[in-house]
Design a binder for this molecule. Structure first.
Ligand SMILES: Nc1ncnc2c1ncn2[C@@H]1O[C@H](COP(=O)(O)OP(=O)(O)O)[C@@H](O)[C@H]1O
Ligand SMILES: [Mg+2]
Length: 225
């Protein structure tokens, strides 16, 4: 499929330069991991999943062609309401539940999104309804994705939110996913934070600060709300 019509830059992300909208499609430069992502998006599409873009092919500039998902994508973390957080947790569950039969998960539990941040979710009428940006997708465990998602959606580590309030929102987020009593939310958040600290890069300092905050407030976070 060739690029036809005007190209409107989509500048919301911070990693991939050159993402554009062309009509009902998005064109995005490919990376080394793209074949995995394309297979995943193809599988999700074949299963009728509407919470991820369709993979539509490669254009004449060797960019991936994805379906454009209407709505808004937050440019940064935010103060989300309980119902928005519930919807995000359910959306992550929907993605995970669509992958246990996929060969892409290998010997792991599911295919993880890998970067299930609000900045990779499309909102319509104020509610998240789809994931984009599967560049970090990988075989893994539900709790890997869930800990990372809870960290970012709740903005754990931001002093604007009291630990007691975060404890309530955290247990609600895990309950909305359906993981209550199966995983220790605080532990899975710490693991996600440690992973990002180890990886380095531009978010390393922020991840370190968030980890210290989580450790400092661990007892409150782990207490029953
Ligand atoms: N399939 C899509 N539908 C609608 N908007 C999209 C889609 N893919 C990307 N975008 C838009 O492009 C921006 C950057 O895309 P993203 O894939 O998240 O790039 P990055 O790797 O830089 O985070 C997003 O913030 C979003 O606004
Ligand atoms: Mg992104």
């Amino acid at each position: 499929m060739n690029s036809t019509g005007p190209e409107d830059p989509l500048n919301g992300g911070r990693t991939t330069a050159g993402v554009v909208r062309v009509g009902d499609t998005v064109r995005r430069p490919q990376g080394a991991h793209s074949p995995f992502v394309h297979r995943l998006l193809f599988e999700l599409g074949a299963r009728g999943c509407v919470f991820a873009p369709r993979f539509l092919g490669i254009d004449d500039q060797k960019r991936e062609i994805l379906s454009y998902l209407p709505g808004e994508v937050p440019g940064q973390l935010g103060a989300f309401s309980d119902s928005q957080l519930d919807a995000a947790a359910r959306l992550l569950r929907a993605l995970h539940d669509a992958t246990p039969e996929s060969p892409l998960r290998g010997i792991d539990e599911v295919v993880c999104h890998g970067d299930a941040s609000p900045c990779n979710a499309v909102f319509l009428h104020g509610m998240p309804y789809a994931w984009i940006d599967f560049d970090s997708a990988h075989p893994g465990s539900r709790s890997d994705d869930l800990g990372y998602a809870a960290w970012l959606w709740l903005d754990i580590g931001n002093d604007d939110y009291a630990a007691r309030m975060q404890a309530r929102r955290l247990s609600r987020f895990f309950a909305a996913y359906g993981a209550a009593n199966r995983v220790d939310p605080t532990q899975s958040i710490l693991e996600a934070q440690e992973k990002l600290c180890r990886r380095g890069g531009v978010h390393q300092d922020w991840a370190r600060q968030c980890r210290l905050w989580t450790l400092k407030h661990r007892t409150v976070l782990q207490a029953s709300p």
